[in-house]
Design a protein. Sequence first.
Length: 172
Amino acid sequence: MRNNRPAFAIGEEPLGKIRRHDIELHLDLKRPYPSMLRRPPYPASLETRKEIEKHINELLEMDLIRKIGQNEIVEITTPVLLTWKNCKYRLCGDFRALNSYTTADRYPIPRIPHALHKLEKAKYITKMDCMKGFHQNGVKPSSMKRLRIICHMGIYEYTRILFGIKNAPAHF
């Protein structure tokens, strides 16, 4: 590890990114986009707004989102909400409507005995913890417009995949 230190992210900066694996979200276009894919922000208390601002600013600093300009065409927006987990707030997008229009990626899951058989002659087995794992997968530019969130601060577009998107676990 010491010899390859640049390959590892220490702390939260810089956040790693998987190379040459940008994800594309395919929508089922047989159905017209419903109005529920273009939604206003959820109402939020003053305390909640402050927490949302904190999370949005962190995501901006890490280059995980970018602010949408006023002249850009916006077809899809997803309201954000805060959840409480492990004694801290987490920012989440309500992607239920988008997920209902997303075509599922189908990947065959290998059988456990077959996967274990491949490890039979391994000399070393390592374990790595991927911090903010979903955020380490890029998104193709054509799919970024579908990953837009809206809050009292405006509209933002994710440049990386995030938790809550239908096909994110298959790629992670």
